[in-house]
Design a protein around this ligand. Sequence first.
Ligand SMILES: *Cc1c(COP(=O)(O)O)cnc(C)c1O
Length: 381
Amino acid sequence: MSEIRKIAISLPLTGEEEWQACREPLMSGWLTQGPKVAAFEKAFAARHEARHALAATSCTTALHLILAAMEIGPGDEVIVPAFTWVATANVVLYCGATPVFVDVERNTCNLDPADLAARITPKTRAIIAVHLFGLCADIDAIRKIAPDIPIIEDAACAAGSAYKGKPAGTLGLAAAFSFHPRKSITTGEGGMVTTNDDALAAKIDMLRNHGASISEEQRHNGPRPYLLAEFNLLGYNYRMTDLQGAVGLVQLGKLDQFIDERQKWADYYREALSGIEWLRCPEIPEGYRTGWQAYVCYLDESKAPMTRNQIMEHLQEKGISTRPGTHAVHMLGLYRDRLGCRPDDFPGARDCDRYTMAIPLHNRMVAEDYAYVVETLKAIG
Ligand SMILES: *Cc1c(COP(=O)(O)O)cnc(C)c1O
């Protein structure tokens, strides 16, 4: 009996160059945020056409830094799509503010601008627009409904993505990216804030480093390295290490190559899977570029021979990993209990939670893997 092919839902493409990149910080002994992080930030800002890029330990902490710098706190409301990774809503709670959910569209899985107006109150301080799976939220439509409310991009999945010719990262006041291994490029764990706002960037720079008025590197290289910085803000330790910065710099150099390859296989899937009437492939509207963080399909159970979960189980038995796109945050115990949310409050998010399925698409897959996924899906009938 031949061994069955095993295909992971996602695997980062890292190797010799990332390994070598860690050499310099390890040999020099400068391990925390220093010259490698600075170089990574500079390159990341240039690639995303942002004035500032500030590294953090994750996208979650990057989002927290943005909200903290905006002084969002108790009594404030922040709008969050109901279908996203739980961290998008959690960061609002970190600040003592209240997340207010808005529904998502079933075709893009992104914030539904038609549901937005009803969620805005005099307490709304920001809208977190999530670019889910790499597809940018419709920022123009959001801005039209809420022209005076700052937009924060949750660009966790959107390194290298673009909206109407503009890169993700400067579509709102500030953006947060993730370098978790499931995202387009990785540093193990890691995140990045981008913004064109000088004052916000300066504040985030301090907040990520205990609220210190200058960074360790500036202090060490300055005229009085023996004196400690001033501390006037309640900050955090959200510093990225230079080991991660070194890896990030190498990964960033491969970002466009990664995306081009993912795009090629996304096109292949779209074509090859078009005959399966119960499976809807992701649609990328005109004018968008997605980084294809994940390839998330939507199932029509009324036409399928099995339920979504049975299909996922069947694929698992065939060696193919799948996952629900992400979760409906309002249906998680934390938010159900805290905010009294019911599943039907956000029917788009509820349905995306039930009927989405990510199939494998990543840069370690080969042509035979893609063909096997297609063949196995088609055989379901
Ligand atoms: C992955 C993800 C996050 C969290 O990123 P971390 O770097 O793991 O903190 C936040 N929002 C979305 C939409 C994500 O996909």
